[in-house]
Every structure is written in structure tokens, then in C-alpha cells.
Write a protein of this length. Sequence first.
Lengths: 149, 505
Amino acid sequence: MVRLLLRFGEEIVDQPIVSEIILELKVPINIITALVNSKGGEVLAEVPQEAMDKVVAALRKRGATVSLPKLIEVETEKCISCGSCVSLCPVEAITLDNELSVVFSKEKCVGSTCSACVDACPVKAIKSVKQNNHELINSRLKGVTGKKR
Amino acid sequence: MGELKLKPQKNARTIEEINAKIRKGDAQVLTAEEMKKLVESSGVEVAFKEVDVVTTGTFGAMCSSGAIINIGHSDPPIKIDRAFMNDVPICHPGAAVDLYIGATAMSETQPYEYGGGHLIEDLVNGKEVELRAAAYGTDCYPRNSLKTNLTKDDLNQFYLLNFRNCYQHYNCAVNSRDETIYTYMGKLLPKMRNATYSGAGELNPLMNDPDYETIGIGTRIFLGGAQGYVIGEGTQHEAKSQNGTLMVRGNAKKMSSEFLRGASFTRYGTTLYVGLGIPIPILNLGLAKKAAIRDEEIFTNVVDYGVPRRDRPKLAKVSYKELKSGAITVGDKKIKVSSLSSLKTARKVAGTLKSWVENGEFYLTAPVERLPLDNVFKPMKQTESTPFVVNVMQTAVTCRETEEVRAIAERIVTKSVNHIVVVDSLGKLTGIVTSWDVTRAMAEGKTKLADIMTRRVVTTKPNEPLETASKKMAQHSISALPVINDEGKVLGIVTSEDVSKLLGM
Ligand code: SF4
Ligand code: SF4
């Protein structure tokens, strides 16, 4: 599965874009977080790797902006395992192991759409990092060339 | 535990006897956590017979820390008046070239990011730091300014000199407000959605010798990865209420950044994480018993940091066992809790100290003077009183949600106010409407109050400092705050005009 960050502007926020794509492409799209109001929306969604190109193209055709979400990373050498970040995480992506070391689950973390832990770290060991988006650029090209302008 | 060759049973041992065993390499040393397990499995009598020393540890943010340095004389000499190291303002409390780096002093170019704590860590790590100094110049110290780069090797003295460390235990913090706050207790989510605490509980040095039988002036300790000393009680020390603190000193040139880390709390400031451990000699049965204290026997208060007053409301009492479990219960609410100090490193402090004693690298000392047991930590004597919301609030003009806009307009005119507070039948706040809202509604032909009132209202409480209330208004660009009690009942209103009259802003 690949995580994608979708942004919808005011003009299209009232359209059932994601449902349409699910039906049209018969691809499961899993919404992880969504922040939507009348001005627009930001949705973090998970799609199967093999269907990514198709889904991205379909989303873009309907006017959504697609990017890879920034990931949250912990620099383990810096981390002092204080635990300040643990109680802030809404999805229990940060826990203490038996040795009382703070462990961080990239799978559970919902990424930069949350970021609740980032400014709580006293030694600035938590960073929001941009992902390499080659794949997405490629799929954008594919999406664009597939469409006559 | 290995076989023990104790001398004929005695009910006490001395520090000299323990040191003799350390010299021979057969002192029995346990960390505080191991000691508790032994007492649980074999009883306190056995533990007393078998154990000579219990090592403790803590690693937390300790703001009242710093380092005293002597940088030697320049040629021509200077009597430093103002100094900066890596842009952090440095204190010059004494003679020409003695400086004090305070952990909470913040860099002028990178405030909240870099401060005295980071500077101390950089020096400890052998990094070069830049010193800039200015002076007024005297006949004996003619120089007016100075710029040089220094490492710890260039310093004559580099001593950690912390005037309040090792708090015996500390509050657990929550925030009842509607917005996230950033405090010295870390980031606190609104509506008590998380809690933070500090302190190592049963591993804390002072918890294991709460009557200060063995910890006093001259006690040799683990400080920042090197050996240091207790030089007195810390500021705000209050042994009676288990709020003991220590003043300590140690040679920072020998310390390690594993146990001494600069840190910054968002929107609060910079500080220093200090690793501190104390060996407790088990001189008698009573000390063995005290060193067996468990997290479930150590309690602290859950305190609402959402109330910016000295006496913040205490909402519940919880044990360190609950705190370490990751969740506490306040009323009927379960709250996720996490620590600000590192238990992992606290354990490492106790473990390192244990190996030092076992390997004959660390000998115990008897205190040359005991620490005070009956100190009282007094609040500040204030010669000027600060105003609170209750001092300026007025009766609020109220209305009900079902009323017509016209009726509200009339009330605004007859009472000559700008804000009408909307309440329910119990007098609880449900919204607010301003003269501007009403004017606009009339222009747009709207008649129902329910359609134009604001339902998300920023509020205040009677005991909130006026300054805080005033900041809230500025932050939200509004000109009045309804004053409510804990149940949400409207008690009055405070307007920005009233505030400026009183605060002269
Ligand atoms: S970014 Fe949010 S979800 Fe991810 S670890 Fe931090 S708090 Fe948890
Ligand atoms: S707040 Fe930072 S230092 Fe503390 S445990 Fe989390 S990542 Fe580590």
C-alpha cells in the first residue's frame, strides 16, 4: 500500500471523488485521516501500490492535488527516550519497549497531517521529512500523456 | 546474589567498612530497582544483611543548572561587563573573567532553539564556542571588547554548579483549557487529552533516603557522567513535603553528553537535562526499609496547568506506578500520560554508578553536615498586587437563544453595551452576540438570533490574571470575554476597555 495526500479545492469539495474512483477503477482506497470543510479538504489515503498510477491519474483528472505525505522520522541517536511525545500520539504510534526505549511505528503514524509530537520533543529528534516523489512525478507524466489536451 | 562472607551479625555498618569492601572489590551493590525486588522476594532483614549500597538515578530537565567557567586573562586584560557565547548571554557575577552559563539563557539569534544548556553540552563534547565580550574599561582592565574561540581545554575551570537539582518528586500536569498550551511540563493538549509527569519515582535518589540520613553536604554523587558532590540543599528545598532538592557541583570537563543534554521546550525555553545518581549506603535496617520504597507508595498531584496561577487546582492524586503505566484516571476520565524525564537513562545512571562502586572507582563519603529537614518553601512576598478578572468584571447583559434580533438591538441601546451573552434556562453560556452582529443582521434582514450568534465563545474565569485575559482577547481579536464558573454558568463579562483602564494598555 502507498499513502497519498489528496487536496481538494473549494470547487470540488462537494463531489464524491474518492467514491467515484473506487467504483470506476474497482480499487480499494482506504481513508486514514480526513479534514474537510466547505473551503476544501485534505485527505490521507492508502492505495495499493500497483494501482497507484491509475488512481493518481483519476484523482488529478477530477481536479484533486496529489502528493506524497511528509513522513515523521525519529533520529534515534538524538532521542533521549524521555517519553514526552508518547502521550501526544493519537494513534499509539509511539510506545515504550521493555527497555524503556521509545519506539516509533512508521506504519501506524499518520504522518505530517498530524505532527502532534514534532514540537514536543525537547531535543528536536522528531522531524517531518519529504519523501522522494519520483514515482509520483512519473505517474503524473503518465497521467498527463494519457490525456489529450 | 553471590555468597556473602559477612562478619558476625551486627545491626549496623559504617561507611568506612563499606569503603574497605569496595577497596577489596567485594561490596554488594544493587540498583534501587534490584533492591526493591530483593526486599519483595527475601524480606528486608535479608536485604539489609546482604546489601551494602543501593544506587539511584534520575535524568530530567533541571532548569536551575549551569556552569561556572574561568577563561583566563587576555592581554591587555579585560573586566567583562557583557558576554555572549554562541550568542547566548552569559552572566558575569564576579571578577574579571569568571562567567556563569545559565541553562535557561537563550541565544539572541536562535531563541527557543539554542541556549545555555546546549552551550554546556557543546563544551562537554569538546566543541569550539565563540565568546564575545564587552567592557567599560578601567585603569587596571583597559580593554573594551573581546572576541575569541574556546573549547573546554582552554578553560581553567569548567564546573557544573546547579542550585536546584534532583526534585524528589514532581507534579503531573494536565490542561483544562480549550487550546493546547506549551509549558515547562511540555505540550499539554486541550481538554485534558494528555498528561505529563517528571521524575524517576522509586529510582529517585531522595526518595530512597527521604530523611537525609546519608545524603548531605559533601556526599559524593554521580553527576552528568562524572563524580560530583552535594554542596547543600537546593533552592525551594522542603523535605517535609517530599519536595527535597539538592545543590550540586561537579567537574564538567569529565562529564559526558550522554548524561548532560541541552534541550528546548517549545514556546517555553531552553534547559539542561541532567543525569544525577546517589549511592545510598545501607547503614542500618531502617535505611534498607526506606530504600525498598515502591512506585505505588509514591504519590503526586495531578495539577491543572491550564490555570495560570501559583495555586493551580489539584485535580487528583496518583501514584508513580499509575504514571509509569501510561494512563491515569481523573474523575471518570482516563488520560494518557507520559514522562518528560527519561526512565531509561535514569536506570543507566543507577547501573553505571553501581559498576563504578563494584569496580572500586567510586568510594562513599559521609556528609559533613546534614541538610535541613524543617525548611518551608514560602511563596513570594509581593508588594504590588496583580489584578484578576474578578476585579474588573461587570454584570453581563444576557438573552435567550429564542429571542428576536430586534429585541437584542433594543437591549443593546437601552443598556448601552456592545456584547450580549446568550444563556440557557440554567444561566449557562451558549453563545455571544455583538452590536456589530446585530447591525449586520438588520441590514441583511435576518431576524432570528440563533442564526447570527457566535457559539464558539472564548471565555475566562474569575481567578484568571487580567493579563492572561487580555492576551486572549488580543489573540482572538475580540473585545470581551464572558466570565464563567466551572459549570459554565455566566458570572459576568470583562471587556477590553475595562482591562485597558486598569492595566493602562
Ligand atoms: S505525527 Fe502524529 S501519528 Fe505520527 S507519531 Fe507523531 S503524534 Fe503519532
Ligand atoms: S520526545 Fe523526542 S527525545 Fe523524547 S522520547 Fe520522543 S523522540 Fe525521544
